[in-house]
Design a protein around this ligand. Structure first.
Ligand code: Z57
Length: 830
């Protein structure tokens, strides 16, 4: 039960919650109060960490009244909400965003200065919550930011990993992973609610029984359980007073767990049991675009989904809503297949616990979910073995079988006699072992299925789920991804933001298409100068950061060429590397003079999944090439390679605004969308890219002249694959490519060791699944075009301005509008 035991009589007890005064004095008072009462220190004895924590609490206090008011208003309005279900949220630092959302930046800066403190120093004390791997997790963070800013009720559900994505270090050029201890210096942004914990069951068996009404029912008799403790995070809208909630679940042992299946009375065993339960939310799987078929991973998925549904449904029942109309109250968006176990879980709740008839429950369930697919790689689609599922979640497996039986009956009715099709479409795969195809389950259960860029959605219909799109064409739709302009332009690029606002007003921050109004200035020499000066400032800011962070010294006046994203063969970091090696080789062998090179610094940022050998070898090679190239005087300092370790959101915010050239060079048809590509374009980098993912839409919008396209398109890739791809023929017929690969093979980057990178070269020559060699020639030609354009700074700057002006489409606000109109059918509150 909640609230006071008797009616409050003090006037303050019933007044709305108020915020501290929005003034320097109000801020300083609040800050010192937090420092004294929360941290328990005086200003003169406080550490930087004390100061940071007090500052975070101060900003939180400003947000609190808005959060409480948002919750009250949303509850009263009884509107439909979005339940975003995602195993990952790659949030980035919170403080800067909270200051921006509350318009406290200036006030905090002045107030802290008057306390003898520096806001920037305190901001750099924050450790970002890295609760995601890459694009998928960052997308979730952008989406909840946009929903709050658009005044749409949304609750994000996920896992509070105690350790987020590993911290990457390099030892002798090789990646070494360190645990991410993001909670160790305090976690001021979270609000734990142990009193609202929910229980999650696992294991055991099912039983049939006849209920009091004589109906045949099933009950699940689980073997063990854990507790899910909710931790709430504020998701502030930009200057609009809305604060939505992100609810992340942490696993804890229950009493029953300690004492039940594990030996009661055995203290050591009880502690082990505790550890076992808490393992569930211990660590983020560092896999990206590849599934991890591990039992613990399935436990994580079911854990957070069961907590989230229980949480939402309990609330609905408490408020007196009828679960028959659940879809008037919520739409659960499935961020990839990771949360798809929510489908049988909702069926189980409705049928087994709430006594719904199966058909009735299925109608409700079908209308409460929608599914987003983020990949086309066949090996990235999750399949859970029925052995594991049946052992961990026996009732859910039964429910999945029944959903599948009824679905296949529908298929057979629609296509009589087409048994091959029915088998193809079954949610149950038979090979290599019996397993549940989670993407099929999501497709059957979802009201809508969407891809994340136009090309990807088309390929999803045509290649991954063709039978399903034939059966239900209206189910399939596209929503092109987007990124939040608040974090990735306004916060990350303050001077560009000021220039834009001075030129066209500040409406663009929440209406990004208005960047179009910059187009007339693309030819204005004065505007161009200011624009270029901002790029130079961003480069200087990056230079000092990398020097302090990694001891890397970036030269002045270089074209800054940036490739930052997870390390994956399909993304083709090796193609970028071959270009670098080739430039180097041509100078070393005297084919060109160092003075012919356009001064260029290539920056890589990439983490490899710890078990992904080829990716880790590629990281090693990049570092070795960097070492060699950076120290060889033959290049006269005109080619540099920088590979700062531990690329994350915090580094992205400094790197992207400094970039001249954005590398988006995946094999066509492989990158579902990409979102880094959008961030670069919005910050004025030109793209060199293939016809893949959202690159296609970026190029369409900015225009061919302002985008460096190269490589095969998707049909050409498919054709070459069908014909039979043989990478060695490119090696044999292209001397420049051959020389670059020979250089690696001959040990030029491994002190003469010809084995060190043998597997990387061997793979490229004899397998090259992602056809890097086939696109090499075209890539090199496109890079020559880049250099030609860069030589004409006015032309380059013009293109750069036009990239900013024409990419407003890629705001995640627009993505949210698309989801709302075509998938969710929810409404903003105002
Ligand atoms: C992930 O970050 C993405 C796809 C996945 O299947 C998994 Br698992 C993780 C990425 C895509 O590779 C990007 O192309 C896309 O932009 C991003 O998801 C967001 O949709």
């Amino acid at each position: 039960t909640y609230g006071p035991a008797s009616t409050p009589t003090h006037p303050l007890a019933t007044a709305p919650v108020s915020s501290p005064a929005h003034s320097v004095d109000g801020f300083v008072r609040e800050f010192l109060h937090e420092l004294n009462t929360n941290q328990g220190v005086t200003l003169s004895l406080s550490s930087v960490n004390d100061q940071y924590l007090a500052l975070a609490s101060t900003v939180k206090n400003y947000l609190m009244a808005r959060w409480l008011e948002t919750n009250r208003k949303t509850r009263d309005a009884k509107v439909k909400a979005v339940g975003y279900l995602s195993a990952e949220y790659l949030l980035g630092r919170q403080l800067g965003n909270a200051l921006l959302a509350t318009d406290l930046g200036e006030i905090a800066h002045k107030g802290l200065e008057l306390c003898g403190l520096d806001l920037a120093t305190l901001r750099s004390q924050e450790v970002e919550p890295g609760l995601g791997n890459g694009g998928l997790g960052r997308l979730a963070a952008c989406f909840i930011d946009s929903l709050a800013t658009m005044d749409v009720p949304c609750i994000g559900y996920g896992i509070r990993y105690e350790y987020g994505i590993f911290r990457q270090t390099f030892v002798d050029g090789r990646q070494v992973e360190q645990p991410d201890t993001w909670l160790s210096l305090g976690s001021p942004w979270e609000f734990p609610h142990p009193e609202a914990s929910v229980q999650v069951d696992f294991g055991g068996h099912t039983e049939k029984y006849t209920d009091d009404d004589g109906r045949e029912r099933t009950r699940w008799v689980p073997a063990w359980n854990v507790l899910g403790v909710p931790y709430n995070y504020m998701v502030p809208g930009y200057l609009n007073g809305r604060v939505n909630t992100l609810r992340l679940w942490s696993a804890q042992a229950t009493k029953a767990f300690d004492l039940g299946i594990f030996n009661a009375g055995d203290y050591a065993q009880a502690v082990r049991a505790q550890t076992f339960a808490e393992n569930i939310s211990k660590v983020l799987y560092p896999e990206d675009s590849t599934p991890q078929g591990k039992e613990l991973r399935l436990q994580q998925q079911y854990f957070f989904v069961a907590c989230s549904l229980r949480d939402f449904i309990n609330n609905e029942l408490e408020e007196g809503f009828d679960l028959h109309n659940l879809s008037d109250r919520i739409i659960f968006q499935l961020n990839d297949t990771h949360p798809v176990i929510a489908v049988p879980e909702l069926m189980r709740i409705l049928v087994d616990e709430q006594g719904f008839e199966w058909d009735e429950a299925w109608e409700v369930t079908k209308s409460c979910f929608a599914y987003t697919c983020h990949t086309l790689l066949p090996e990235a689609l999750e399949v859970w073995s029925t052995e594991l599922l049946g052992r961990l979640l026996p009732r859910h497996l039964e429910i999945i079988f029944q959903i599948n039986d009824e679905f296949l009956a529908e298929v057979r009715a629609t296509y009589p006699g087409d048994e091959i099709r029915a088998r193809r479409m079954s949610m149950i795969a038979e090979h290599p072992e019996r397993g549940v195809r989670m993407a099929y389950l999501a497709t059957v259960a979802g009201t809508k299925v969407n891809g994340v860029a136009a090309l990807h959605s088309q390929l999803l219909r045509d290649k991954v789920l063709p039978d399903f799109s034939q059966l239900w064409p209206e189910k399939f739709t596209n929503v092109t991804n987007g990124v939040t302009p608040r974090r990735f332009v306004k916060m990350a690029n303050p001077h560009l933001s000021d220039l834009i606002s001075d030129t066209i007003g500040n409406g663009w921050v929440t209406d990004l298409e208005r960047l179009r109004e910059l187009e007339p200035y693309a030819d204005d020499p004065e505007f161009q100068d200011k624009f270029r000066e901002i790029k130079a400032w961003n480069k200087r800011r990056l230079t000092s950061l990398l020097e302090a962070r990694d001891g890397i010294v970036l030269p002045d006046g270089h074209l800054l060429d940036v490739m930052v994203k997870r390390l994956h063969e399909y993304k083709r970091q090796s193609l970028k590397l071959l270009h670098i090696i080739s430039l180097y080789e041509q100078v070393v062998s005297g084919k060109i003079a160092a003075s012919d090179l356009t001064p260029r610094t290539v920056v890589f940022g990439a983490k490899a999944a710890p078990g992904y050998k080829m990716a880790k070898d590629t990281i090693h090679l990049i570092n070795k090439v960097a070492e060699k190239v950076n120290n060889d005087p033959v290049l006269e300092g005109r080619l540099k390679v920088a590979f700062p370790a531990n690329y994350n959101v915090t580094l992205a915010e400094k790197l992207i605004p400094a970039a001249d050239l954005s590398e988006q060079i995946s094999l066509a048809g492989m990158e579902a969308s990409g979102t880094g590509n959008m961030k670069f374009a919005l910050n004025g980098a030109l793209t060199i890219g293939t016809d893949d993912g959202a690159n296609v839409e970026i190029r369409e919008l900015v225009g061919d002249k302002h985008f460096f396209l190269f490589g095969m398109d998707e049909p050409a890739v498919a054709e070459l694959g069908a014909k039979g791809y043989n990478p060695i023929t490119y090696y044999e017929s292209q001397p420049q490519l051959r020389a670059a690969l020979d250089m690696v093979m001959n040990g030029a980057f491994s002190d003469g060791d010809q084995d060190m990178f043998g597997s990387v070269v061997h793979n490229l020559l004899h397998q090259d699944r992602f056809m890097a060699l086939a696109d090499f020639e075209s890539y090199v030609a496109a890079q020559a075009k880049v250099e030609e354009k860069y030589a004409d700074q006015a032309a380059w700057t013009r293109s750069s301005i036009l990239n900013v002006a024409r990419t407003g489409f890629f705001s995640s606000d627009r993505s949210m509008r698309d989801y709302i109109q075509r998938i969710w059918h929810t409404q903003p509150m105002i």
